[in-house]
Write a protein that binds this ligand. Structure first.
Ligand code: FAD
Length: 365
């Protein structure tokens, strides 16, 4: 489809609040968006994808983020899975797996484990060779979209290093357990995944050999950080719109809220947040499209800045709407819960700061 933003708007309609309250998005909606390539829109045309630049996919992701952060989270997972396959798959693996992800199959990415949160070097899931098969054992937690997924990209220890393995969720030994009642992005299909003697053809191991774990995770996470950052731009835009509309329409003390200067300042801060987050995301997307060596730092910066602004902007927007924004189902209330989680995933605030501090010590400026 040439009009992916229009398609996303039509599929979401006014249903985002209901999906959030129900804790689920109808899977047919996700499959239709997936089949249009909207969930991993950077996949090149040769694999059936829309082949968008990082910049254009970023704007598409922000658009989804204005409407529904749960859907946007599913996009982030599908895009991260596709990028990992594109980056590490052999020619044959790319040709087999990527067209499925642009025809409606859904995918999730599983790094995190009970003992491996911020510290992914603690990943304990094992991938063992056994003739022309591999056997996986492990416990993954909080995999976004795993509740919907046909395919999991599972990171584990392999040979002398690590590997990402394509694991169909129907494989015997795979158990997907939804995370009950997440704080936010409630319809994003978060789930824990148990892998018990999961046997697969060795051809499911991306690239076929052991890789460096930090290299694997950093490459996948860089896509995830870009996507989350743009999603945060969307959250900020929806908060700015809701706060501005409310401040124009609601009167107290004989005049619109917007004419009270303390409220006007809130609106100014929301605009500053939107502009600042957009600019850091545009910069990072430019680094991606130009294959700049600055990309991984730019993606961390974009995610860090955009998530912080999203969390503060959502709190500000609830403040401006006050009681009108204090009800489940209100966009700003949803944004408030969703945005907080953006400061935790794909590198928490603190982990982003540690990475940025390293750049500072290297003399980045
Ligand atoms: P911990 O690592 O235990 O951290 C706890 C606190 O300590 C945090 O504030 C952290 O910043 C801080 N901290 C940790 N180490 C340091 C340090 N060295 N210095 C300073 N502070 C530190 N995982 C997946 O694999 N796939 C997914 O799709 C996925 N989606 C998610 C979606 C949501 C909504 C959430 C909440 C989580 C998701 N996760 C996913 C897991 C996510 O990646 C982890 O929650 C995240 O990495 C943080 O790990 P943790 O929760 O174990 O916190």
């Amino acid at each position: 489809s040439d009009d992916l933003p229009g398609l996303i708007s039509a599929e979401v309609g006014d249903r985002a609040a209901a999906w959030d309250l129900a804790g689920t998005i109808p899977v047919e909606v996700l499959r239709r968006l997936g089949a249009a390539g909207a969930l991993c829109a950077e996949v090149p045309a040769e694999y059936g994808g829309p082949g968008l630049s990082s910049r254009r996919n970023g704007e598409l992701t922000a658009h989804a983020g204005t409407l529904c952060s749960s859907l946007r989270s599913v996009m982030t997972s599908q895009g991260m899975a596709a990028w990992t396959i594109q980056r590490f798959g052999t020619r044959r693996q790319r040709a087999e797996a990527l067209p499925r992800l642009t025809r409606g199959d859904l995918a999730a990415v599983a790094f995190s484990e009970p003992q491996a949160g911020s510290d992914l070097s603690a990943i304990a899931t094992t991938v063992k060779d056994d003739g022309d098969t591999v056997v996986l054992n492990g416990h993954k937690v909080w995999s976004t979209a795993a509740g919907y997924a046909d395919l999991l990209v599972v990171f584990g220890r392999y040979q002398d290093g690590a590997a990402a393995v394509l694991v169909p969720t129907t494989t015997p030994g795979v158990t997907v357990r939804p995370v009950p009642q997440p704080l936010g992005c409630r319809a994003a299909g978060h789930a824990d995944v148990l892998l018990e003697d999961v046997r697969l053809p060795a051809a499911q191991v991306l690239s076929g050999t052991g890789q460096s774990l930090p290299l694997l995770t950093t490459l996948a996470l860089t896509y995830g950080r870009m996507s989350v950052a743009w999603g945060c731009v969307g959250i900020i835009r929806s908060c700015l719109r809701a706060a501005a509309a409310h401040a124009r329409d609601r009167e107290q003390f004989g005049k619109p809220l917007a004419e009270h200067q303390l409220i006007a300042r809130h609106l100014a801060e929301l605009l500053v947040a939107e502009q600042t987050a957009t600019r850091v995301c545009e910069h990072a997307a430019g680094c991606w499209d130009d294959r700049s060596p600055e990309l991984s730092t730019a993606a961390v910066l974009a995610k860090h800045v955009a998530a912080g602004h999203a969390a503060r902007s959502a709190a500000t927007a609830v403040q401006v709407l006050a009681s009108a924004g204090s009800v489940d189902g209100e966009p700003v209330a949803r944004a408030y819960r969703d945005a907080k989680l953006m400061q935790i995933i794909e590198g928490s605030e603190e982990i982003c700061q540690l990475i940025l501090a390293e750049r500072a010590l290297e003399g980045a400026v």
